[in-house]
Ligand binder design. Structure first.
Ligand SMILES: [Zn+2]
Length: 178
């Protein structure tokens, strides 16, 4: 595959290709420079100065915030340690009855609200909706993506991060501390 230049990467991000294709491009890359260009573009778009370590979604990033690896929204709002499901720090709007469900299932078959609910995860600072999840009642929030940052930097990019942290899901630890 030909090397992507910055304009190509910018097009990918802007939705000429869907997000999975963007991730594919990064995964299949032998040209690690692509990742750097990609991060450079995103860094220019966000409203914070902490260096981006890895984009998670179009509006969520793992960043280096004074030595701590935390998840931040484009607006700069922190969602805490990246090893804790960021959804725990979001505002959550739950649609769990027919009236609330019918606002989004207009003209489509609505799931049965007695067993399924819709959860919208929203940034408490800027109001961006980061994720919508349709799950059975009582189901814990899905933790979609816990990347092994140290392996990514050392083995894929060939430049280990200056510090390493234990690669583990700390979500339950956080819940237990409540
Ligand atoms: Zn925000």
């Amino acid at each position: 595959m030909a090397s992507f230049d910055k304009a190509d990467i910018e097009k990918l991000i802007d939705g000429v290709l869907p997000w999975p294709a963007t991730q594919d491009m990064l995964k299949s890359s032998k040209d690690e420079d692509r990742f750097d260009k990609y991060v450079e573009i995103m860094q220019a778009r966000v409203e914070f100065d902490d260096p981006i370590l890895l984009p998670l979604t179009p509006d969520l990033y793992i960043v280096n915030d004074n030595g701590e690896r935390v998840v931040k929204c484009t607006c700069g709002q922190s969602f805490g340690d990246y090893r804790v499901n960021w959804k725990l720090s979001a505002l959550i709007y739950v649609r769990d009855d027919e009236e609330k469900m019918s606002q989004v299932y207009v003209g489509r078959e609505m799931p049965d609200p007695s067993w399924l609910q819709l959860r919208e995860y929203i940034c408490p600072n800027c109001g961006r909706q980061h994720e919508v999840e349709a799950v059975p009642r009582g189901c814990p929030p899905d933790f979609e993506f816990l990347p092994d940052l140290d392996t990514f930097y050392s083995e894929w990019l060939g430049r280990p991060l200056p510090d390493t942290v234990a690669f583990e899901d700390k979500t339950l630890e956080k819940i237990n501390s409540w």
